[in-house]
Design a protein around this ligand. Sequence first.
Ligand SMILES: [Zn+2]
Length: 197
Amino acid sequence: MHRRTCLGCLAGLSSFGAAGRARAAAPAVTPDVATRNAAVLAGLAEPGPLLRRWQWIVVHHTAAEHATLPGIDNYHRKHFGDPLGAEYHFVINNGKKDRANRPIGLVDIARWRHQEPAWHLFKPHNAPDSIAICLVGNFETRGLPAEMLASLTDLTRALMKLCEIPRERVSTHRVVDEKMTQCPGKLFPRDAFLQSL
Ligand SMILES: [Zn+2]
């Protein structure tokens, strides 16, 4: 079940009672997305004194191609009974749903604005105080578009710098949860991504 969606990978969590190199090519996102993402990155420190002591960064996928933050918000609010909604701190769009407002590579700020932990792992002790970044799409069945990888890399680097998180504490859901899930999919370029940080 939790393999179907990381919407779905999280579905399995209810049983826990919870409440570089890759970007060296031409600019991957459109100028509009680059501008909007730059504003997101520039505002990462806005929580100011409320900024938590984040220790890890963990990458997920939705495993569903047609998803956006509002839908994830609703799904997680209902599923987990969590009024804060999405159990991810950031969502990176694939441009398939609500393309006009959420083009490929656009970063949406989700739970980050609340500076609250997310229930995104089966074994949170493996990555305590972790920031959850979710890629929209199913990368078990297709490769990660360059636009999304570029945005993920930029966002991860900015978070590493802001929160002083070393590369050794950047990982993927499958590895953190010791293969209990395929998330973010076998075609997610884990090694290249980590090496690019
Ligand atoms: Zn996941």
